[in-house]
Design a protein around this ligand. Structure first.
Ligand code: ADP
Ligand code: ADP
Length: 231
């Protein structure tokens, strides 16, 4: 894992009178799973995208292991951060294997290492490599697509994993299963995970700490599930 620090992080989208994220500060420890839980539109995705440098903050700073993300080379940042999103974000014109291989290839892994890694990742998320390797995303169920999305996010073994409602689009039984798998993975891999959801039960189940967010990502509470349940 790696530490993540947010310092007075603010985002104004052009044309919006109020900021989407307003002066958020937070320290995330190495290896912990922090859940952002809050209503739709409160700025959860915007915060995650800023950490991943998919969008630039209007002001404030983000540090990963004490290094300002703006000082990290973009390819190195892809190695540091895995990103999994609700819609799975798989590229439809690429096979399962090509999708998973994307970031490892981008950061220069050898062909044989990438090939082994794709199989390892498919095993990890419970998909038989022989069956799923060459399939296109449209030939997978929603839950299978999300598994591949998680496999892709983990492929280059990043210390940080950002997950934006990664299980949002699946039925409750599959979601329960994927949540259990994430807990199992976390016991093995000790990533620093920032996980966005609007589902309080999911937050309680998965979080080491939970940030309860209000409008503009104001942090109403930031504590362990036990402490939050007793307050
Ligand atoms: P959440 O992930 O909590 O649902 P978002 O971060 O997606 O919230 O959005 C926070 C606020 O910023 C919302 O009011 C949303 O309408 C607005 N917003 C999000 N993306 C954009 C954008 N690209 N341009 C303008 N406003 C945006
Ligand atoms: P672009 O090539 O347009 O700059 P990016 O390199 O930011 O786009 O992202 C390309 C695709 O990879 C996007 O669809 C995004 O969902 C996915 N992606 C972005 N960041 C990561 C990451 N850290 N790990 C894995 N996939 C990512």
């Amino acid at each position: 894992g790696a530490t993540i620090q947010l310092e007075d992080l603010t985002k104004h989208y052009p044309g919006n009178p109020s900021p989407a994220v307003d002066s958020v500060s937070m320290d995330i420890k190495a290896g912990e799973t922090v859940i952002f839980v809050g209503p739709s539109g409160c700025g959860k995705s915007t915060t995650l995208k800023m950490i991943n440098r998919l969008i630039e903050p209007s002001s404030g700073r983000i540090r990963i292991n004490d290094e300002d993300v703006t000082d990290i080379d973009p390819v190195k940042l892809r190695r540091k951060i895995g990103y999994a999103i609700q819609s799975s974000g798989l590229f439809p014109h690429m096979t399962v294997a090509e999708n998973i291989a994307l970031v490892p290839k981008m950061v220069g892994w050898s062909k044989s290492k990438v090939k082994d890694r794709v199989e390892e990742m498919l095993d990890l998320v419970g998909l038989d490599p022989r069956e799923f390797h060459g399939r296109y995303p449209r030939a997978l169920s929603g839950g299978q697509q999300q598994r591949v999305g998680v496999a892709r996010a983990l492929a280059a073994d990043p210390p940080v994993l950002l997950m934006d409602e990664p299980f949002g689009a699946v039925d409750p039984i599959t979601r329960d299963h994927l949540q259990d798998e994430l807990i199992r993975l976390q016991h093995e891999l000790h990533k620093t995970i920032v996980f966005v959801t609007h589902d309080f039960d999911e937050a309680i189940k998965l979080g080491d700490r939970i940030a309860v967010l209000r409008e503009r990502s104001h942090i109403a509470q930031f504590d362990t599930p036990e402490a939050i349940l007793t307050n």
